[in-house]
Structures are given as structure tokens and as C-alpha cells.
Design a protein around this ligand. Structure first.
Ligand code: GTP
Length: 674
């Protein structure tokens, strides 16, 4: 096993098309793992190995890949840039210790990288930035750095200056060592030459080095002292201080290059090793003891108790592969491991170190390792693995509820037979995919995070599972809520399996403000409903709330209070209280003036000035409200909110309204009355 201090678990976060896949490809090349560079536009990149990803040229799943650089194991967790797949981003952020933000030097900080960057901030992930595509017309390094300050509220630390620009971009000035690195034109195997800084760039380089030291000094007393005394500060000392400030979330080191032209990748790898934390420097993982509820923190200790998290499940060739991050202790092939959520032990049959689509078998994996595990039959995403005699629960992952659904119908009898199993497998991999039978039509409804998300699911059914379905139009998943306070009553008195069950429940509902969800309170005496049955009442009511009376959508923004009921000795049961509560819920809901809520989306459109009028007109006709318009380079950014129901097919509409020049992002904002 690698020493823990020599592991770097990183994610690459970027806007679609910023060049994440190309950067990763080059990283794999220079670290010696792949000897042929697959270009994304040829559809053969090593990381994007699902057929769908190759066809669409986007990265969907977060494959983990290990490579070596400067005695370190760098484990790259690939994170997608598209907002429909935020679940993939969230789960990657849970397990990585540091991130590389890749920006396009022309587009700068685009809205999606902003979203993911802020998500990474929430998880306290230290970051470095790589300004890519310096070879493109319109590339502007300093504008991108300015945008990092404004849009990301980051404190960039400029470590490099570009040498040459656009077509003439040749390399970088390394401000720490005050040297110039120039890559020869040609393939990735072409060497780079380190030498003196061009005389005409020297003065600027000196100014930027001064700024660099000033910025680092503000985070480090010893450097500040040396700086004020105008003493020499060694490069090692600076590197150590930058490392500390980066890990402490004070600074974001910035580098630049052109992945496509094979320039700037080696210094980026050095920066990953030098400035991003090892698992030892990452904050200790927090867990809860299931018995006592006591909070505990675990450090990355090989001999400590075993604590690991399953952050992703993939079905590969029909077999279940669980991606696991080990935080403390170790997991061993052939040994049992305890799942503290399911309260059962499972056997690990194999541990695999992953390289995109190749694997290497390991006997054991210790703190900081991110590996594939074969053999866990029942465990799934978000669950904790630990020692049976030392159980612990790590924080559960939060999955967003779906806002869009489609109906599907198997095409042939054969497809019909396969469908339930296929759906089960897809759901095992993807907790944001929901499947439900429409009681009225008998159709199967798939719901998810957006049109693209469901498109990908359908095409995976076809390709990977050879199952074909007819697909209905996308539908909005609404919510239901109530306008006024109301009460309801339910009684259950029946014989079930030779045993009489009795319960009565009275409930009251009050409307809550938007975004509150469902909350519960019990204001009932022990004589009317004994405390032991309160959980059954809550369960029955919560189940009833999943299907509102209006159109069967989940009920939200409501407080349910248990106000009364009845109990008969020896006849009361959880079953009876659940059913009575569900009946009471229906009566109460019908009396409370229910109405529908629809999902409202945040939309950001990037479009050249000349198409603004048309794009705004189109947004208005979709019920969109324009919130702001701002100029960015040659583009305008239009920010709007609009109901999801009117935004279907917007990709095509925007393309025709902007002659293909516009791009947009859309994410869920809130629910509002229809
Ligand atoms: N000119 C230029 N083009 C680049 C550079 N890096 C990447 N590209 C191109 O930009 C496009 C997008 O690159 P990708 O690597 O697929 O971007 P990505 O961020 O992985 O995109 P997703 O997988 O969709 O998230 C491709 O056509 C690349 O060839 C670069 O340094 N310079």
C-alpha cells in the first residue's frame, strides 16, 4: 500500500466543453498509464468509455482512475459538468480531498462551473485552477482570473504567466522558479525546454512574482516577516506556505496551458502533488454511533477502526461493482465487512484498483484508497462499511427529488419480460432515477432530474440491456399542497389473519411556507393513542402524502398534527394505526383546498448580443421572467426564471433562435402555485 501522505484524491470540475476530458487524457499520458491519446472529438477518449458518452461527447459517469506522478498516487474521480447529473458531482465531492477547476480561457467562468465550484466550497474542498485553451482565438488568462474573483469569490494566486498568445501560445513562465517552460509543437511526446525568461517578459514576470509573494505573505507570518525585511525566501518555503494556504481554503493557485496542444500539463501535475492535500491533511471524517447517537471523528489511520463509504454502484456486464472510499482502517479481499445501515455483514470477494476501464486486483485497501469492490450483494450507494463490533454511520447523501417524468412501454413481449430487472439495475446505480406504475393507465413512469438524464437512461436500456421501449412526452412532476387548515378522521376495525385490529386517528393539517416539506407533531394524550403507536401513525400519514388527492403527486409544505384518536387494550396494532392515519389524511387533505405546485427553473442563457431580442422574446413567450442581463466578453448573459413545463425542448429552440451560438443552463429553483 502507498503511504497515505503520498495519495491525492482529486476531482476535475469544469463547465461542459472546458476541456476536462482532454486534460484528463493528457494527465494519463504523462503519468504513463495510457500510451495513445484518444481525442474527444474522435469519440475514443480513455475516460469516456460508456458508448453514450462517446456518442454525445460528454462525461456522464464518474469513473475513478489511478495514476502515478512524483512518487504520489493520484486518484482522479471524474465529475460531470452537466447540471442534470449533479448527483454524480455531489457524490464525487463527498469522497475527494481536492479539486482542479478547469476553465476555458475564452469562455472564462461559465455558469455550470460556478455551480459545481460552490458545491465544492460547501464541502470545504481545496482547489487549484487550470486555465485551459490558451491557444484559442480570444483566450484571455487575466479576464478568467478576474472572473474567478467575481463569480467564484475565490482568491486566485497567479503562479504562471502565459508565453505567447492564441495561435502563438508556446508555454508558461513559472513565477516561483522564475523560469520559462516552452513546449515544442507536435504530439504529447514532444519535450519541453526550460530556460531563461524572454527579456521582453522579464519586467512583467518580476512584478507578478512580487504580487505572488505579497499574496502568500498575507497568509503566512514567517513569509510576511521575510518579505518586510526584504530577505531571501526560498522556493521550498514558498511552496510549503502555498500548500498550507491552499489546504486552508485561503488561496487558489492558478496555472494555464493548452491540453489539446499538450502544453502545461506537467506543471499542473506538480501542482496537484505540491498543493492539494493527502488524506492525512483532509478533515477527519465525521460519523455517528448508531446506538448512542454520539458523534465521532475518524482520522486516516491504517490501524484504526474500519470506516468506508460506498459512493457509487455500477452494473458492469451484469455484475455489481461498488466504488468505495476507505477513510480509516482497511478492507480486505475475502473478508467480511459490516454494513451499518442494513445491519448485516457482506463478503468482499475482490478489491480492484481502477484505471477507467482496466482493473488491478488488490488484497487490501487502506485509508485514502478509492477502489472498486466486488461481492457486496445488498449494499448500495451512500451506505457505510465498518467493523461489526464497532459500528458507525457516516452522513447519508442527499438526493434531489425528480422534477420530470416520462412514460415508457415495452415494444415486444421479450422487452416486457426484461424490463423489471433492467429498471432494478438502473435504479441500483442511480438514486435519482425513480420508477412508478401509473395506477390509472398501467404505464411505467420514469422520473429524473432533466430531459438529458432520462434520454441517457433510455439509450442505456437499449444499448446495454437490449431492451426497447416506446417513450411518451416528458411530463412535469408537480407537487400538491393545501390552502387552509383542515381536519380528518380515520378508523380501522377489522379482522386480519384471524386477529382483530382496532385504531382511530384524528389529524389536523396546516399550510407551511414554500420549501418547508412535510413536518409532524403529536398533540395527543397517551390514553387516546399510546406513544408506541405514534411512529405507525406518522408512517401511515407520510405514505399517504406521497400520493396527493388531486392528481397523485407528492404533498409538500404541510404540517400534520395528530390531535386525537382511540385505543382499545389488546386490539391496537401498528398496522391498524397506519391504515387509520392514511384514511384520516385523505379526508383532511380533501377538506383543505388542495392545489398544484409546479417546478420553477433558474435559466441562464449565454448568447451573442445580436440574438438577444429573439432569445428574450422566446423566453417571455414561455412564461419566463427575465431577472438580469449582463455583458460578458462578446456575449450577453440572460438570467431568468421559468416554469419547467414550458422549457421542454429548449435546447432546440435556443439553437434556432441564435443560429447555434447560444448555450444555456437550467436548474431547479423552487415550486410555485400553478
Ligand atoms: N483549442 C483547444 N481546444 C481544446 C483544448 N482542450 C480541449 N479542447 C477541445 O474542446 C472540446 C471539449 O473538450 P472536452 O475535453 O471534451 O471537454 P469536457 O469538459 O470534458 O466536456 P464534457 O465531457 O462534456 O464535460 C473538444 O473538442 C476538445 O478537443 C485546448 O486546450 N485548446
Amino acid at each position: 500500500m502507498k503511504k497515505i501522505g503520498q495519495i491525492r484524491n482529486i476531482g476535475i470540475i469544469a463547465h461542459i466543453d472546458a476541456g476536462k476530458t482532454t486534460v484528463t487524457e493528457r494527465v494519463l499520458f504523462y503519468t504513463g498509464r495510457s500510451h495513445k491519446i484518444g481525442e474527444v472529438h474522435d469519440g475514443e477518449a480513455v475516460m469516456d468509455w460508456m458508448p453514450d458518452e462517446q456518442e454525445r461527447g460528454i462525461t456522464i459517469t464518474s469513473a475513478v482512475t489511478t495514476c502515478q506522478w512524483d512518487k504520489c498516487d493520484i486518484q482522479i474521480i471524474d465529475t460531470p459538468g452537466h447540471v442534470d447529473f449533479t448527483i454524480e458531482v455531489e457524490r464525487s465531492l463527498r469522497v475527494l480531498d481536492g479539486a482542479v477547476g478547469v476553465f476555458c480561457a475564452v469562455g472564462g467562468v461559465e455558469p455550470q462551473s460556478e455551480t459545481v465550484w460552490h458545491q465544492a466550497d460547501d464541502y470545504l474542498v481545496p482547489k487549484i485552477a487550470f486555465v485551459n485553451k490558451m491557444d484559442r482565438v480570444g483566450a484571455d488568462y487575466f479576464r478568467t482570473i478576474e472572473m474567478m474573483k467575481q463569480r467564484l469569490h475565490a482568491r486566485p494566486l497567479v503562479l504562471q504567466l502565459p508565453v505567447g498568445s492564441e495561435d502563438g501560445f508556446r508555454g508558461v513562465i513559472d513565477l516561483l522558479h522564475m523560469r520559462q517552460m516552452v513546449w515544442e509543437a507536435g504530439g504529447p511526446e514532444m519535450p519541453f525546454v526550460t530556460g531563461e525568461i524572454d527579456p521582453d517578459l522579464l519586467e512583467t514576470a518580476q512584478q507578478y512574482r512580487e504580487k505572488l509573494i505579497e499574496t502568500v505573505a498575507e497568509t503566512d507570518d514567517a513569509i510576511m516577516e521575510a518579505y518586510l525585511e526584504e530577505a531571501d525566501i526560498s522556493v521550498e518555503h514558498l511552496v510549503a506556505a502555498i500548500r498550507k494556504a491552499t489546504i486552508g481554503l485561503q488561496l487558489v493557485p492558478v496555472l494555464c496551458g493548452s491540453a489539446l496542444k499538450n502544453k502545461g500539463i506537467q506543471p499542473l501535475l506538480d501542482a496537484v502533488v505540491n498543493y492539494l492535500p493527502s488524506p492525512l491533511e483532509a478533515p477527519p471524517i465525521q460519523g455517528t454511533m448508531p446506538d448512542t447517537g454520539e458523534k465521532v471523528a475518524f482520522e486516516a489511520k491504517p490501524k484504526g477502526p474500519t470506516v468506508a463509504l460506498i459512493f457509487k454502484v455500477s452494473m458492469i456486464e451484469g455484475r455489481k461493482l461498488s466504488y468505495v472510499r476507505v477513510y480509516s482502517g482497511s478492507i480486505k479481499a475475502g473478508a467480511e465487512i459490516y454494513n451499518s445501515i442494513r445491519q448485516k455483514s457482506e463478503k468482499i470477494s475482490r478489491i480492484l484498483k481502477m484505471h477507467a476501464n482496466k482493473r488491478e486486483r488488490l488484497d487490501e485497501a487502506g485509508p485514502g484508497a478509492i477502489v472498486g469492490v466486488v461481492g457486496l450483494k445488498d449494499s448500495s450507494t451512500g451506505e457505510t462499511l465498518c467493523d461489526k463490533n464497532n459500528p458507525v454511520l457516516l452522513e447519508q447523501m442527499k438526493f434531489t427529488k425528480p422534477v420530470i417524468s416520462i412514460s415508457i412501454e415495452p415494444k415486444t413481449h421479450d422487452d416486457q419480460e426484461k424490463l423489471p430487472q433492467v429498471l432494478e439495475k438502473l435504479m441500483a446505480e442511480d438514486p435519482t432515477l425513480h420508477v412508478k406504475q401509473d395506477e390509472d393507465t398501467g404505464q411505467t413512469l420514469l422520473s429524473g432530474m432533466g430531459e438529458l438524464h432520462l434520454d441517457v437512461i433510455i439509450s442505456r436500456m437499449r444499448r446495454e440491456y437490449k431492451t426497447n421501449v416506446n417513450v411518451g412526452k416528458p411530463q412535469v412532476v408537480y407537487r400538491e399542497t393545501i390552502a387552509k387548515q383542515a381536519s380528518g378522521h380515520g378508523a380501522f376495525d377489522r379482522e386480519v389473519a384471524g386477529q382483530r385490529h382496532f385504531a382511530e386517528v384524528a389529524l389536523m393539517a396546516r399550510p407551511l411556507s414554500r420549501g418547508s416539506g412535510v413536518s409532524f407533531a403529536a398533540e395527543v394524550s397517551e390514553e387516546l393513542i399510546p406513544a408506541q403507536f405514534i411512529p405507525a401513525v406518522e408512517k401511515g400519514a407520510r405514505e399517504a402524502m406521497e400520493y396527493g388527492e388531486l392528481m397523485g403527486y407528492p404533498v409538500v409544505d404541510i404540517e400534520v398534527v395528530i390531535t386525537g384518536g382511540a385505543f382499545r387494550e389488546s386490539l391496537g396494532s401498528s398496522l391498524a394505526y397506519s391504515v387509520a392515519a392514511s384514511m384520516a389524511c385523505r379526508e383532511m387533505f380533501a377538506a383543505a383546498d388542495p392545489y398544484l405546485l409546479e417546478p420553477i427553473m433558474n435559466v441562464e442563457v449565454y448568447v451573442p448580443e445580436s440574438f438577444m431580442g429573439e432569445v428574450i422574446g422566446d423566453l417571455n413567450s414561455r412564461g419566463g421572467k427575465i431577472e438580469s442581463i449582463a455583458a460578458k466578453g462578446d456575449n450577453q448573459i440572460i438570467t431568468a426564471i421559468a416554469p419547467l413545463s414550458k422549457m421542454f425542448g429548449y435546447t432546440t429552440a435556443l439553437r434556432s433562435a441564435s443560429q447555434g451560438r447560444g448555450t444555456f443552463t437550467m436548474k431547479f429553483s423552487h415550486f410555485d402555485r400553478m
